[in-house]
Design a protein. Structure first.
Length: 307
């Protein structure tokens, strides 16, 4: 079954992990130790991010090929940064040939990161909606996911337009959305409500990443316009010299948020692992204690302490 099938069945919330393709030998080791620790948690799917330059694209392809060959339901990300339509068609064809039947179609950001003004490739595509159309044209059986932004997209001051764009992506053929990380469940709900009010039922899976260090708070706000609640910032600020205490507060806040999201009907939780397993393992374990009905950890699962 595809992710769309699992979501339509709606038996239970899905859980899934995002990984990045390795950039160096150390990264390879980190990625495999993270997958070794996390795959026993039986994720419904895993996803692999996509970089702008050619060698990183190859690594994404190789990584997804490997994941598919081990039987994992694997989502290959795709962006339209610095690529022509024919480059994109080739990449989608490569995914199709490798058995990667799930593609997350996002626009991407310019090299240099979010904050650089977006410039489409002269023979490329302007936005993610067009990318969804291209993927469906080249690989019609692909189950396509897209990005969504509970705090609003950093380049957009209009959350109604963001919701409209998500609806456009669904109409272009996307079957599910995964959100950028966020810390206010009310912002997730506000996005879901707007999309539903436009008559669109695309499942929107929250993207989750616990705060693990004091410095991250400012980086989140600067890079992605992510709103961290003042009360959480104050709790972390009060213990900022104590790394373990910062982590604990970040994890507890993430567990609280996941519980709230699940209770309000979120169709799954997608964990941004950053190729590390510890935070995700701890979060899953704490969450399973608070919401035993999740029952998606195999009965014999034991949390592996890992990097
Ligand atoms: P779009 O939907 O194209 O939107 C981009 C901006 O253009 C928004 O401000 C939107 O409001 C505006 N816009 C779009 N269409 C229109 C329109 N018709 N009219 C007016 N305005 C419009 N980046 C990577 O490089 N690699 C990855 O692997 C990757 N994975 C991601 C996974 C997830 C789950 C998410 C949420 C993001 C990911 N990103 C990744 C980051 C993403 O590429 C950036 O956030 C990018 O800036 C926006 O992508 P998008 O797909 O939402 O773009």
């Amino acid at each position: 079954p595809t992710i769309a099938d699992l979501l339509a069945a709606g038996d239970r919330p899905l859980h899934s992990f995002e990984f990045m393709p390795p950039r160096s030998e150390d990264d390879v080791y980190r990625l495999w130790s993270a997958t070794d620790a996390l795959v026993p948690m039986a994720p419904d799917f895993i996803s692999v991010t996509y970089g702008a330059n050619g060698s990183r694209r190859d690594r994404t392809l190789r990584c997804t090929q490997h994941m598919v060959s081990t039987g994992l339901r694997t989502v290959g990300h795709l962006t339209c940064v610095v690529q022509s339509v024919s480059d994109l068609e080739q990449m989608v064809a490569d995914y199709a040939e490798s058995g990667v039947n799930h593609i997350l179609a996002v626009r991407g950001d310019m090299p240099g990161g979010a904050g650089q003004p977006w410039v489409a490739h002269p023979e490329g595509l302007p936005n993610a909606t067009e990318l969804v159309r291209l993927v469906k044209r080249v690989h019609p059986e692909a189950c396509v996911g897209v990005g969504a932004f509970p705090d609003g997209h950093p380049e957009s001051a209009d959350i109604d337009l963001d919701a409209r764009i998500l609806v456009d992506k669904a109409e272009a053929g996307a079957s599910f959305a995964i959100t950028q990380l966020f810390f206010l469940p009310s912002h997730y709900q506000r996005l879901v409500d707007r999309v539903r009010a436009m008559g669109c039922d695309i499942p929107i899976i929250p993207g989750i990443m616990p705060i693990a260090s004091y410095g991250q708070i400012r980086r989140f706000a600067e890079l992605s316009g992510t709103d961290v609640p003042a009360e959480l910032v104050a709790r972390i600020e009060a213990v900022k010299e104590d790394k373990a205490a910062v982590r604990r507060i970040g994890l507890e806040a993430a567990v609280d948020m996941c519980c709230e999201l699940l209770d309000s009907g979120a169709p799954g939780l997608h964990y941004y692992t950053l190729n590390r397993s510890r935070a995700t393992t701890e979060l899953r374990t704490m969450l399973a204690r608070r919401r035993p009905q999740l029952a998606d950890l195999p009965a014999d699962f034991e949390a592996t302490p890992a990097a």
